[in-house]
Design a protein around this ligand. Structure first.
Ligand code: DGL
Length: 258
């Protein structure tokens, strides 16, 4: 089925998942909904996150999408259950990769950097309870990180000092595995590397999520059969910010939603 896959996030973070997705499924077209005007979602209430997720979903359905990828940990952990009960089409979400991290750690200490909304969600708590017995989970809210990434100005100095503040206590506690529980954070991997040692293993979930999209499309027999793909990007916020994160070849395909 040549209908596009719909992808949404509070902002440009979901493009880290989109990137993995289009490499894995190179025959698929996509439509990306970037909700930068309402970012960050991380400090919003569950009701507000659901309201924005419904808005994004309705837009993507109107554009004819066959599956929705919720490329946002905060929206997945707070709203995907409700979205699945409201709509007929399939949803794939992203959550902090706690389970693989718990299997990988050698020190028995796993750090999780995520938004407040994700860390306080019942979905996150259930995953921690179900899969981390005997493992110490050290959580850290990434307050300010999404705002700095979503800024049209260069905030690299601020990002570096915030990351240092958040990582130091984890490293002092011998965390050897760090879960990036927000799709904006993979942009910070080079900075995290520069602030930590090579012993720190960084885990993000875009690969398993892209594979899950493939699996769902196979199950419903909706994989694309054409070689002609289109990738469109819509933002509620600053178009120049979106263009900074979208690959050069798709700059012309970026639109501002009014
Ligand atoms: N990219 C989001 C996530 O994965 C967004 C966080 C936010 O908007 O606070 O959680």
């Amino acid at each position: 089925m040549n209908a596009p896959i719909g992808v949404f996030d509070s902002g440009v973070g979901g493009l880290t998942v989109w990137n993995t997705l289009v490499h894995l499924l190179d025959q698929e077209s996509t439509i990306y909904y970037c909700d930068s005007a309402y970012a960050p979602y991380g400090n919003r209430s569950k009701e507000e996150i659901l309201e924005r997720s419904i808005k994004a979903t309705n837009f993507l359905i109107e554009k004819g999408c066959k599956l929705i990828l919720v490329a946002c940990n905060t929206a997945t952990t707070n709203a995907i259950a409700e979205l699945r009960s409201l709509y007929d089409l399939p949803f794939v979400g992203i959550e902090p990769a706690i389970k693989p991290a718990a299997l990988m750690t050698k020190t028995g200490k796993v750090g999780v950097l995520a938004t407040k909304g994700t860390l306080y969600s019942s979905m996150f708590h259930k995953t921690v309870t179900d899969y981390t017995s005997g493992i110490e989970i050290i959580t850290q809210e990434g307050t300010g990180l999404v705002e700095a990434i979503e800024s049209v100005e260069d905030k690299s100095e601020e990002l570096k000092s915030l990351l240092n503040l958040y990582l130091k206590p984890m490293l002092e506690q011998k965390v050897d595995t760090l879960v990036l529980g927000c799709t904006h954070y993979p942009y910070l991997i080079p900075m995290i590397d520069s602030l930590s040692t090579s012993e720190l293993r960084i885990i993000e979930s875009s690969k398993p999520v892209a594979l899950q999209v493939k699996k769902r499309l196979e199950e419903i027999e909706a994989l694309a059969i054409s070689n002609e793909t289109t990738h469109l990007f819509y933002t509620t916020g600053a178009i120049e910010l979106l263009k900074r994160f979208v690959p050069k070849s798709y700059q012309e395909n970026c639109y501002l939603l009014t």
